[in-house]
Design a protein around this ligand. Structure first.
Ligand code: ATP
Ligand code: MG
Length: 431
């Protein structure tokens, strides 16, 4: 039997899943504010879909033989009804499911985005977590290439808004399914010729996903990969025109890119344009954003055929890069910190706090009894610009003592007496 007095063994977070505490989350909020403003600037609207979906949505949507579906998904059986459920490993499949389910594309194309957690069972390391966050942006119902280019231009603007300079664009075209099939046949022939140098992954994938074999990091396979038939050479007129359309528009916008014929991406649904934004400043997890066109997915998931293009940004990686590249001051906990002494002053402080919030200020009223000294220490640590001091004298005279705490305002009379009725204006610099 468990004795009630037995100490509870502390529970830690699951490996690869991170807590975001106030200091760090303040940065996330700053970041998200920039991001939401940026998305509004292009007319994107928010959607939120469940974290949990039927497993077959991802098996079908992402592809049975992709890394994600083969080994990275958190999948379990719902004990209540035996259904197989999966924590979303990406957002596109869920957004497309929702758009089909609710006829979102019935009368017009849609620009949508979603921000939130996704889950992949990978080996945790810097920039690779088991719960991480994505900014997922999808242009549903647009055939491009104008929209493809707009999405990329849009990302360049985000880097600029964040003050990032060390991100570069890699671009490729995957053509259409028939072109890929012709290339696939030639590629398998090439892989068969070099069967003896393929590693285990390569052997396993050579028939199921031969394109992915070229994405190997195994140095022994590089020469084989370099000499493999290139998908680009199998593209027909239309695919080439689409790709050139994207390139021209990027040039119009002054965006540099590198053609990377080996860029394939780890999800099956892509066609035509694919791209990644990469940096050298994050070690081996250097891809901060990946995206491309997926014209077949809506139909594959049971909808009326509709073209689409989108991308996903890895938020942890982008924030890591932002932190490294740009000095960002941590925001204060509040603008005004109210200190008080004695029960009457404490009650007055609560009312003053509410009045100041009415006037649009952010206010912390010190909670609980403490010496002035201890309260001032807290006020200082909060980053507040100003302390409002209430004691017995202030209660009697219905005034507050106002003390500016930050260097740039120290020049103003260090401490002033202000009637309560004028306090909000004085603190808003309207006094
Ligand atoms: P990688 O090649 O690094 O495994 P991926 O191709 O699997 O990336 P996508 O499915 O394109 O990644 O996801 C979009 C973005 O999400 C990536 O560019 C990356 O920034 C981020 N990302 C992917 N996996 C993780 C992870 N396990 N932890 C943190 N961020 C991730
Ligand atoms: Mg991956």
């Amino acid at each position: 039997m468990i004795k009630m007095t037995q100490a509870f063994q502390k529970v830690a977070a699951i490996r690869g899943m991170n807590d975001l505490l106030p200091g760090a989350s303040a940065r996330w909020e700053q970041f998200e504010e920039i991001v939401r403003g940026w998305l509004r600037g292009y007319g994107y609207r928010n959607v939120r879909t469940p974290v949990l979906e039927h497993t077959r949505l991802f098996a079908r949507g992402i592809g049975e033989v992709t890394d994600i579906v083969e080994k990275e998904m958190y999948t379990f059986t719902d004990a209540l009804n035996g259904e197989s459920l999966t924590m979303r490993p990406e957002m596109t499949a869920g957004i497309v499911r929702a758009s089909i389910e609710h006829n979102l594309l019935y009368d017009r194309p849609q620009r949508v985005y979603s921000i939130g957690p996704v889950f992949r069972h990978e080996r945790p390391q810097r920039g690779r977590y088991r719960q991480f966050h994505q900014i997922d942006v999808e242009a549903l119902g647009f055939a491009g290439p104008d929209v493809d280019a707009e999405l990329i231009v849009m990302l360049a603007r985000l880097w600029k808004l964040l003050g990032l300079t060390d991100v570069r664009l890699e671009l490729n075209s995957l053509g259409q399914p028939a072109e890929r099939a012709a290339h696939r046949a030639a590629l398998i022939e090439h892989l068969e010729k070099h069967r003896d140098i393929l590693d285990e992954d390569g052997q396993r994938r050579m028939y199921s996903n031969p394109l992915r074999v070229l994405d190997t990091k195994n140095p022994a396979m590089q020469e084989m990969a370099d000499s493999a038939p290139r998908l680009f050479d199998f593209l027909g007129e239309e695919s080439r025109t689409h790709f050139e359309g994207v390139c021209k528009r990027l040039t119009d916008a002054g965006i540099e890119y590198r053609l990377n014929p080996r860029l394939v991406r780890g999800l099956d649904y892509y066609n035509l344009t694919v791209f990644e934004w990469v940096t050298d400043r994050l070690g081996s997890q250097g891809t901060v954003c990946g995206g491309g066109r997926y014209d077949g997915l809506v139909e594959l998931l049971g909808g009326k055929p509709a073209p689409a293009v989108g991308f996903a940004i890895g938020m942890e990686r982008l924030l890591d890069l932002w932190e490294q590249s740009v000095e960002v001051e941590a925001p204060a906990e509040c603008e005004v910190y109210v200190v008080h002494q004695g029960e009457d002053a404490q009650r007055l402080a609560a009312r003053v706090g509410e009045d100041l919030r009415d006037a649009g200020l952010s206010v912390i009223v010190h909670a609980g009894p403490a010496s002035f000294k201890a309260q001032f220490k807290r006020a200082d640590a909060s980053g507040a610009r100003v302390a409002v001091i209430l004691g017995a004298d202030e209660v009697a005279s219905q005034t507050a003592s106002v003390k500016f705490l930050r260097a740039q305002e120290q020049g103003e009379a260090a401490q002033q007496q202000v009637p309560l009725a004028k306090l909000a204006d004085a603190l808003n610099n309207k006094g």
